[in-house]
Design a protein around this ligand. Structure first.
Ligand code: NAP
Length: 515
C-alpha cells in the first residue's frame, strides 16, 4: 500500500468567518438531534436496554444530549464472548486490510469534523477550539496507528544465520477491554480502541458514563467504515457495576485503561489474579492522573511564562491529565509573573460552551463539589488572588482560581484536583524549583521556562515526567510529535501516539525454518 506521509490534522481557525459559520451550522444540526436514544452494539447487533442513562450537557442542565442504553453483567459477558468469537477470524485479517478500516474511519470523521466537535461542545462542555483539537487528535490517532501497523507488518530485522530462514512477526493478543475517560472522550476513546483493533485484537469498549454519546457515534461510524461484527463491541454502563466483570473475565487478554489513579490501581490489582480457566498473564496499559507543573526560572520571559501557565491551568477548565495545576516560580520573577497570571486569569470570561466562552462548566456535580472543596482547602493553604467561587449559569460553572504563596507540601500542590485551580509556589533557586516539581507521586507533564542552557540541561536530566516541555505550555501533545504518557502513579508510560504504542497490543512470534 502506498501511503501519503503522516501529518497532523490541522486545527480549525475560528477567526475565519467561514469556519465560524460551519460551526454554528453544526451546532444547530446536532442540537436538533439531542435527546435521542443509543443502543449497545454486540456482535454487530444493536441492543436497546430498558435501563438508560441520560447524558446531560454540563453547561445547560436541562439539555439531555442523549439517552444511552446500559450494559448489565449479562450483556457485558455477552460482549466478551462476541469479541472472543470474532477474534478467531480477525487475528488473521491482513494488517493492511485492518489499517484500511482506520483510514476510512479517519476520512469519515474528517468529512464531519464540525459535527463531531459540536457533540463534544454539548456533551462535555468543551469550547470550540478544545472540541476541534479533540476531533483532530482522534483523526491523528487513526492515521498514525494505521501506518504504524503497516510498519510493524514489514519484515523485521534479525541477525542472519546460515542455513535458516528466520521471521519475527507481531501477532495480536486477543480480547481487549478498553475503558476510556470523559475528558478526551473522542480522541482517547477512539485512539485506545483503534490501536487495539488495528493490531488484530477485538475490543469491548466501555466509555465513561459522563460521555457515552460521542462514543456511541464513534461505534456507529466504525460500523459505517465496514468493520466486521464483533470486532468492536460497545457496552456503555457504570464502571462500578460492570468494570470488575470485564476486567476479571478469563477471556479478557488485556485491559487498556485511561482514567484516575485509584481506578487504574484497582484494575492493576485485579488483573494480577488469574481467573479459573485463564491461560495467560493479563496485560494492563494504564494511563492515569497527573499533578503537572510549570517551573519559571529567573532568566525566563515573564509574559510568555504567564501566558503558558494560564493556558495550561485553565484550558478545558483544568480538566486535562496534562493540566499545569502548579506554577513554581523563582523568587526573582515571582511577583512579576504572579501579577501577569492574575491579570490574564481575570480576563477569562465564563459561559456557555456553545457560545465559545474560554471557560465553560466542569463535567458534573461530583466534580463541581470536589473542586469547591479544594477551593476551601486552598483558601487555608494559600492566598487567594483570583476566582475562588462558583460562577453564574445553569450548569457546573466555577471561576478560574489562583492561590499564591502555597507551600511545596500543601495538599493543593500534591493532589489532582482536575478543575480550574492553580497553586503558585515560590522557589529560592532553580534546583529547589526542580525538587518541588518532582515532589509528587505523579510524573506526567512538566514545563520549564528558562533562557539558561545549563538550567535547561539540568531540567532535562532531573525533572521526572513522561512529557517535559521547554519554553512552552505543558498541555497540547500532538500525535506522532509528542508521544504521550507518564511515570510513577501517572501510569505505565505507554506513549500514546508514538512508535512504541502498538507493541503493547501485540506479542512477537519468531518462526525459524531450517533449510
Ligand atoms: P475515572 O473516574 O477513573 O473513569 C475512567 C473510566 O474508568 C470510566 O470509563 C469509568 O466508568 C471507569 N471505571 C470507573 N470505575 C471502574 C471500575 N471499578 N472498574 C473499571 N472501570 C471503572 O476517570 P475520569 O474521571 O473519567 O477521567 C479523569 C482522570 O483520567 C484524571 O485522573 C486524569 O488525569 C486521567 N486521564 C489521564 C490521561 C493520561 O493519558 N494519563 C488522559 C486523560 C485522563 P464510569 O464513568 O462509568 O465511572
Amino acid at each position: 500500500m502506498t501511503m501519503v506521509e503522516y501529518r497532523n490534522e490541522p486545527f480549525t481557525d475560528f477567526k475565519q468567518e467561514v469556519n465560524r459559520q460551519a460551526m454554528q451550522d453544526a451546532l444547530e444540526h446536532v442540537r436538533a438531534q439531542l435527546g435521542r436514544a443509543y443502543p449497545l452494539r454486540i456482535d454487530g447487533q444493536e441492543i436497546m436496554t430498558d435501563r438508560r442513562s441520560a447524558s446531560i450537557n454540563p453547561g445547560q442542565l436541562k439539555q439531555i444530549v442523549g439517552y444511552v442504553s446500559q450494559a448489565d453483567a449479562d450483556l457485558a459477558r455477552q460482549a466478551i464472548e462476541a469479541a472472543d468469537a470474532a477474534f478467531q477470524d480477525w487475528q488473521h485479517v491482513a494488517p493492511d486490510v485492518r489499517a484500511g478500516y482506520l483510514f476510512k474511519a479517519a476520512a469519515l470523521i474528517r468529512r464531519r469534523k464540525f459535527e463531531f466537535s459540536a457533540w463534544l461542545v454539548y456533551e462535555v462542555g468543551k469550547n470550540w477550539g478544545e472540541a476541534d483539537a479533540d476531533v483532530a487528535e482522534a483523526i491523528d490517532f487513526l492515521e498514525f496507528y494505521g501506518r504504524e501497523m503497516l510498519r510493524l507488518a514489514e519484515p523485521q530485522p534479525l541477525t542472519p544465520t546460515p542455513g535458516e530462514e528466520n521471521r519475527l512477526t507481531y501477532i495480536p493478543l486477543g480480547v481487549g477491554v478498553v475503558i476510556s475517560p470523559w475528558n478526551f472522550p473522542f480522541a482517547i476513546m477512539a485512539g485506545m480502541t483503534c490501536a487495539a483493533i488495528v493490531a488484530g485484537n477485538t475490543v469491548v469498549l466501555k466509555p465513561a458514563s459522563t460521555a457515552p454519546v460521542i462514543a456511541a457515534r464513534f461505534a456507529e461510524l466504525m460500523e459505517e467504515a465496514g468493520l466486521p461484527p464483533g470486532v468492536l463491541n460497545f457496552v456503555p454502563g457504570s464502571g462500578g457495576e460492570i468494570g470488575d466483570l470485564l476486567v476479571d473475565h478469563p477471556r479478557t487478554r488485556f485491559v487498556s485503561f485511561t482514567g484516575s489513579r485509584d481506578v487504574g490501581l484497582r484494575i492493576n490489582e485485579r488483573i494480577a489474579r488469574p481467573a479459573q480457566g485463564q491461560l495467560w498473564i493479563k496485560r494492563l496499559i494504564a494511563e492515569m492522573g497527573g499533578k503537572d507543573g510549570i517551573v519559571v526560572d529567573s532568566s525566563a520571559d515573564s509574559a510568555e511564562a504567564a501566558e503558558a501557565i494560564v493556558a495550561s491551568a485553565f484550558g478545558f477548565q483544568g480538566q486535562k491529565c496534562s493540566a499545569g495545576s502548579r506554577a513554581i516560580i523563582h523568587r526573582d520573577k515571582y511577583d512579576e509573573v504572579l501579577e501577569l497570571i492574575i491579570e490574564k486569569t481575570k480576563q477569562l470570561t465564563i459561559g456557555l460552551p456553545e457560545e465559545n466562552y474560554p471557560i465553560g462548566p466542569v463535567i458534573d456535580e461530583s466534580a463541581y463539589n470536589k473542586i469547591k472543596e479544594y477551593m476551601e482547602i486552598g483558601a487555608a493553604e494559600g492566598r487567594l488572588v483570583a476566582g475562588g467561587d462558583i460562577a453564574e449559569g445553569d450548569g457546573f460553572y466555577l471561576q478560574p482560581t489562583v492561590f499564591a504563596d502555597v507551600a511545596p507540601e500543601a495538599r493543593i500542590m500534591h493532589e489532582e484536583i482536575f478543575g480550574p485551580v492553580l497553586a503558585v509556589c515560590k522557589a529560592g533557586d532553580f534546583k529547589q524549583a526542580i525538587d518541588i516539581f518532582n515532589n509528587t507521586e505523579y510524573g506526567l507533564t512538566g514545563s520549564v521556562f528558562s533562557r539558561n542552557r545549563e538550567h535547561l540541561e539540568y531540567a532535562r536530566r532531573h525533572m521526572h515526567c513522561g512529557n517535559l516541555y521547554f519554553n512552552r505550555k505543558c498541555t497540547g501533545a500532538l500525535v506522532g510529535v509528542h508521544p504521550f504518557g507518564g511515570f510513577n502513579m501517572s501510569g505505565t508510560d505507554s506513549k500514546a501516539g508514538g512508535r512504541d504504542y502498538l507493541l503493547l497490543f501485540t506479542q512477537a512470534k519468531l518462526v525459524s525454518e531450517k533449510w
